[in-house]
Ligand binder design. Structure first.
Ligand code: NAP
Length: 303
């Protein structure tokens, strides 16, 4: 057991997956949980998500050695303000938000000096959300990035690292700004592109009736999976990782124009060289064990 008592604030995909994975690994004594809506709390009680489902965030954190903020990035600060007076001295508070600079800036000012703040981000997810979306294997063989501010207690970082390793993840520590730039490239900009492509196809559907859905081929189908991700979460990601996302989108647009020009001018060499380079990236991801070569990307139904 790594923590005697854990509090999960927010009971969606990530929190529920953490709960099942902590139970699988025997990593925590008692796990308390809180979600904003009565409906989510009722669902959690019905499916046995958390040993104790509390009626307020303040109640959930009482006596907790580890508090995990599993709410959208835009409300991390407000939730912290609510729980701060009730935190146990010596406790560690962490989060799972997809953006790190904003979370650090909005959470830190509310925290008392006698708790340890170790922000985190598991690089694992699906397009599903809510308390019933979680499963114990979500973090297996995926990365979890810890982003502790300078001067954070080394033992607190070490203990949280052990928890994530117990949840199945590989852990790396990095700075917040670096994290936000890397994620803008690997996750945030790709999501925006998928949202855009599906939006374009949806406009087109009005012209071609249902052909876009009927003949939806693998490329577009994958875009629709990504573009089905939670609107609240992704709105907050773009509003809070603005600079890095805009930087990457600027570069993306330049490349897109170059490819567009190659198509117009019939520059097959340019297209062939580009696609050869990108194919090697895919091979690298498979070799690093971060995806499979299976035609459905190894995702299986329903995840
Ligand atoms: P989710 O399934 O939509 O769950 C969000 C939870 O937060 C729900 O329990 C919701 O309560 C609660 N919540 C929302 N607004 C709140 C508020 N103002 N006060 C208190 N609770 C509130 O979300 P998720 O996918 O688990 O994402 C949670 C966090 O993980 C986000 O910060 C996200 O950036 C990050 N993350 C997500 C993924 C992913 O792929 N999904 C991957 C890595 C990290 P109700 O149900 O009562 O509304």
């Amino acid at each position: 057991m790594i923590y005697q008592r854990v509090a999960l604030i927010g009971l969606g995909l990530i929190a529920s997956s953490m709960f099942w994975a902590m139970k699988r690994g025997g990593l925590a004594g008692e796990i308390a949980g809180y979600a904003r809506s009565e409906a989510t709390r009722a669902t959690a009680r019905r499916i046995g998500l958390c040993d104790l489902v509390c009626e307020s965030a303040a109640e959930a954190v009482i006596g907790a050695d580890l508090i995990v903020l599993c709410v959208p990035v835009g409300v991390m600060g407000a939730v912290t303000a609510e729980i701060a007076p009730h935190l146990k001295p010596g406790a560690t508070i962490t989060d799972v938000g997809s953006v790190k600079r904003e979370v650090i800036d909005s959470v830190s000012p509310h925290l008392p000096d006698n708790v340890h703040f170790v922000p985190g981000h598991p690089l694992a997810g699906t397009e599903h959300s809510g308390p019933e979306a979680g499963f114990a294997e979500l973090f297996d063989n995926r990365w979890c990035l810890l982003v502790p501010p300078v001067g954070t207690d080394a033992q607190a970082i070490d203990r949280l690292q052990k928890l994530w390793e117990g949840l199945g993840s590989n852990v790396e520590v990095m700075g917040a700004d670096h994290h936000d730039l890397v994620l803008a490239v690997t996750s945030h900009a790709p999501h925006l592109i998928a949202y855009t492509m599906v939006g374009v196809a949806d406009d087109l559907r009005r012209v071609t009736d249902s052909e876009v859905i009927k003949y939806s081929a693998a490329g577009f189908r994958d875009f629709t999976r990504i573009a089905a991700s939670d609107p609240t979460m992704w709105r907050d990601v773009f509003l809070t990782n603005k600079d890095a996302t805009l930087e990457i989108l600027g570069r993306f647009t330049e490349e897109l124009f170059a490819l567009q020009r190659a198509i117009r001018t019939g520059d097959g060499d340019h297209l062939f060289a580009y696609f050869t380079r990108t194919r090697a990236v895919r091979r690298g991801i498979i070799e690093a064990g971060q995806d499979t070569d299976a035609p459905d990307f190894g995702r299986g139904a329903g995840r």
